[in-house]
Design a protein around this ligand. Structure first.
Ligand code: SF4
Length: 376
């Protein structure tokens, strides 16, 4: 068997747990890998299959007479820069993403700030919380005697679910609060409490041996954190995406679904990085006059765009993700992006140059220094 094998250590982009994985690369292609948590979660395997997917975007696209036409980077970025100049700051919206790196999000935020435009990222059903106040780790789950889960971690964050099961085997009491009685929830809990919604959750039996795991958009989360602090209980909010926490700590407004849709609805010039809001509501973008989508596939949202920019995926770029414990973890480039695709932060930097805006950094290392200051 010819060719040189290379092993690249990186982080799974599948959820906010942020498991370490190793990708095995040969002849410029990832063909296998393994994760330190293989026995608990194999979802990362689905994410490495997108790397070499035949439907990946490879060139910038410009819509002409309703059809996409391949363009050069210069043509696509010149068109975006020219259009941007026609809009007032209050009509320009940038959408960041918890699926992109800290560096990608930081650079997009710098551009939005330079233009005095609006920016936000959607946290979906993640708890809306000030993560800088949280210092609980996933490993703390195993040592708790009383575990309260608001939402569902068993289906959505397998590794956290596994830790709960381990703690239960050691004698922990597990109480689950959820709006739906899924079998998997009942199976793993000693007590199941059905709640109508998550707007106000009242907790009983919280003491210093308690950990409260929150994986739902709980309305009174600040009150829960304060009450837990008063009795030395721990709180672990679980964010949805691999870098929802990082994007939030960088200072990009964290939007729940309603706030997100409202922001989209009120934009005229909309620039979306790595998100697909047309999946939530196909009509939400109908008032947008000019739409730019930067992504790895021609998503439902990208199909509506005036310009589509091909981005590198998680295994094709350097950067960091901040996991749900606020751990900043380095991701490493395993292979080159397909065709002319580029890392998100480089695309935004190139657009800034077209606009004559100096974002104030020279290299990825410069950005990383800023990111570390903001997220730790
Ligand atoms: S628990 Fe999350 S980060 Fe870990 S392998 Fe599964 S999807 Fe990936």
């Amino acid at each position: 068997m010819g060719g040189i094998l290379k092993v690249v250590h990186t982080i799974c982009p599948g959820c906010s747990v942020g498991c370490e994985i190793s990708l095995i690369v040969k002849d410029g292609k990832v063909f296998d890998g393994n994760s330190i948590n293989d026995e608990n979660c194999l979802q990362w395997k689905g994410y490495y299959k997108i790397i070499d997917h035949e439907k990946r975007l490879k060139k910038p696209l410009i819509k002409k007479n309703g059809e996409f036409v391949e363009a050069t980077w210069n043509e696509a970025l010149n068109l975006i820069a020219e259009k941007l100049k026609n809009y007032n700051p209050e009509d320009i919206v940038f959408i960041a993403s918890g699926k992109c790196t800290n560096e990608d999000n930081y650079v997009l935020k710098k551009l939005a700030e330079s233009l005095k435009a609006k920016i936000g990222h959607c946290i979906c059903n993640s708890p809306k919380v000030d993560y800088s106040k949280i210092s609980t780790t996933i490993d703390d789950i195993e040592n708790a005697k009383n575990i309260i889960i608001i939402g569902d971690v068993f289906s959505e964050h397998a590794l956290i679910g596994k830790k709960v099961v381990k703690a239960k085997e050691k004698g922990a009491k597990v109480t689950i609060l959820n709006t739906v009685e899924k079998d998997i929830l009942k199976l793993n809990g000693d007590e199941f409490i059905k709640v109508d919604d998550y707007s106000k959750i009242d907790l009983k039996y919280v003491d210093e041996e308690t950990i409260i795991i929150i994986n739902a958009p709980v309305g009174n989360i600040d009150e829960i954190i304060e009450n837990a602090k008063a009795v030395n209980a721990k709180v672990l909010p679980v964010a949805k995406h691999c870098n929802t926490v990082g994007a939030t700590l960088i200072g990009i407004p964290a939007l729940n679904k309603d706030e997100y849709l409202e922001l989209l609805k009120n934009s005229k010039f909309l620039y979306i990085m790595g998100e697909n809001p047309a999946l939530i509501d196909g009509n939400i973008l109908k008032n947008v006059e000019f739409l730019v989508v930067q992504d790895i596939f021609l998503t439902e949202t990208a199909k509506l765009a005036d310009v589509v920019l091909p981005a590198a995926c998680w295994a094709e770029k350097e950067g960091t993700f901040t996991n749900t414990e606020r751990r900043v973890q380095k991701i490493n480039k395993a292979v080159d992006p397909p065709g002319e695709a580029l890392p998100d932060w480089i695309i935004i930097k190139k657009l800034s140059e077209k606009l004559g805006i100096d974002l104030g950094f020279k290299s990825l290392e410069d950005i990383q220094k800023e990111v570390i200051k903001m997220t730790t």
